[in-house]
Design a protein around this ligand. Structure first.
Ligand SMILES: [Fe+2]
Ligand SMILES: [Fe+2]
Length: 214
C-alpha cells in the first residue's frame, strides 16, 4: 500500500478486489501459520465431523463479514491512524478466514454458499456506521468483537472435546478478537445504545443459524 491519497474510485476498486479475494478460496494464503498445524488429527465420528464443520462454517462466515466490516470502515474512516489500525485488524481477520476454510475442507465440507451475501451485507453496514464518524464506527467494532468473543466461547463449549485442531483455531481467533475490541476502545470507541446492540445480536443470529447449514 502506498502513502499517496486514494481517490474514491481507487478505494472502490480496492474494495471490489478485496471482495473477490475474500470470497474466492483464500485457504492457502494466510500470512501466519495455522494454529492447528502442530496438532494431530483426531478420530472423529461422522456426526462429530459434520457438527464441527457446521460450526467452523459459521466462524468462516463471520470472518467473511469481518473482512467486509473492517474494509467498509477503513474506506470511510476520517482518521488515517484509525484507518491503518483497521487495515491491520483486517489482515489478521484474513488469516482467521483462511484457517477456518482449511479446517472446513479437512472436515470434508465447504464454506457457506452465501459468502458473497455475507460480504455485501457487512460491507454496507461497515461503511454506513463509518459515515457516522470514527467514534461510532469504533464503537461498532468494539461491540462486534465483544459479541464475537462471546460467540466463539460458546463454540468452544459446543465443539467436540476431541477436535483439538478446530479448537486451536477458535482459541487463537478468540484471543485476537479480544485484542481488536480493546484496540477499538483505546482508540476512542463510543458505547453504542442498547437497542443497536440488540439489533446486532439478532442480525448475527440470523447469519450464524443460516451458515451452519448452508
Ligand atoms: Fe476474526
Ligand atoms: Fe476481530
Amino acid at each position: 500500500m502506498t502513502n499517496r491519497e486514494l481517490s474514491p474510485i481507487d478505494r472502490l476498486l480496492a474494495g471490489a478486489d478485496n471482495a473477490l479475494r475474500t470470497v474466492a478460496a483464500p485457504a492457502g494464503r494466510a500470512a501466519r501459520d495455522n494454529p492447528a498445524t502442530p496438532i494431530e488429527e483426531s478420530n472423529l465420528s461422522a456426526a462429530q465431523k459434520s457438527h464441527a464443520a457446521g460450526l467452523m462454517r459459521v466462524n468462516h462466515a463471520g470472518e467473511i463479514a469481518a473482512q467486509a466490516l473492517y474494509k467498509g470502515h477503513a474506506t470511510v474512516a476520517r482518521d488515517k491512524h484509525i484507518e491503518q489500525k483497521m487495515r491491520q485488524a483486517a489482515a489478521e481477520e484474513f488469516d482467521h478466514l483462511a484457517w477456518c476454510e482449511q479446517r472446513i475442507h479437512e472436515l470434508g465440507e465447504s464454506p457457506s454458499r452465501l459468502s458473497p451475501f455475507w460480504y455485501a451485507g457487512a460491507y454496507a453496514i461497515g461503511a454506513a456506521s463509518g459515515l457516522l464518524g470514527d467514534k461510532w464506527s469504533l464503537g461498532f467494532i468494539a461491540e462486534t468483537e465483544r459479541q464475537v468473543c462471546a460467540h466463539l466461547d460458546s463454540h468452544l463449549d459446543g465443539l467436540p472435546a476431541e477436535d483439538a485442531r478446530s479448537r486451536a483455531i477458535v482459541e487463537k481467533m478468540r484471543d485476537e478478537e479480544a485484542e481488536h475490541g480493546e484496540n477499538a476502545v483505546e482508540a476512542g470507541a463510543a458505547d453504542l445504545p442498547d437497542p443497536v446492540k440488540a439489533l446486532m445480536r439478532v442480525t448475527a443470529k440470523v447469519m450464524t443459524k443460516t451458515a451452519y447449514w448452508v
